[in-house]
Write a protein that binds this ligand. Sequence first.
Ligand code: BT5
Length: 237
Amino acid sequence: MSLRYLSEVDSTNSWLIRNVAQLEDGDAVYTDNQTAGRGRKGRVWENLPGGMLCLSMLIRRPLADPATLPLLSSLAADDAVSALCGRPGEIKWPNDLLLGGKKICGILCESLQAGDSACYITGIGINLSQPADFFVQRGIPHGGSIFSVTGVRSTLDDAAQALYTALNRRIAAFAEGGFAAIAAEYRAACVNLGREVWTDTLRGVAAAVDDAGRLVVRTETGETAVFTGEVTVRGIY
Ligand code: BT5
């Protein structure tokens, strides 16, 4: 298990995928200069050299519930943000982390086959020090950094250490118990509950996050549990 700094890399997730054969469970890399950061579904994760933490960790142990690794990751990112600026974030189900209503963190989890076994990567970007106009210029006015929201400056190494510690602290219980092992803390940090939400196919009120990590949406016709990443929450940004 090791945490390694890279001065520049296309994507920390891609670096782990390329080097998986030489890596062990818990190995992680981080940078503050990611030149081709990836979001979900081919979207771009915007980079400002020196302004953000990009960290990816390889998980080679079996996971009871790999589909909820993004939810676990958002809780670990929240731990790190709280440690860095003294203020907890707000998790927007399933895995966006907001601070003061701004998206300060993005998470991309991937799975791959290494030899006979499946392994997983959690890749986490935390905006540390970009000014507010960085987000406006890049067309992401709902984005923010710890600095732009709270005025607190954190160093890259402190942020990487805080996130790596949080991931390691949480991963054992999660690997064995799945989402149920972290459900209570996740629910306490989740801001969707009680709010109006909609997906492509339904509209209602977020009533709960169940023990499988699904968002339970109450509609006029009853309750439906959804496990799709694309949920819009009214009035959250
Ligand atoms: C994400 O995708 O939010 C996942 C981002 C994961 C980045 C990490 S960094 C370490 C690791 N290595 C990688 O290559 N990736 C991971 P998604 O939910 O699809 O959101 C993408 C959207 O977020 C974009 O379309 C923008 O609207 C917005 N966005 C892009 N860059 C941003 C930034 N720096 N801060 C806030 N929002 C951003």
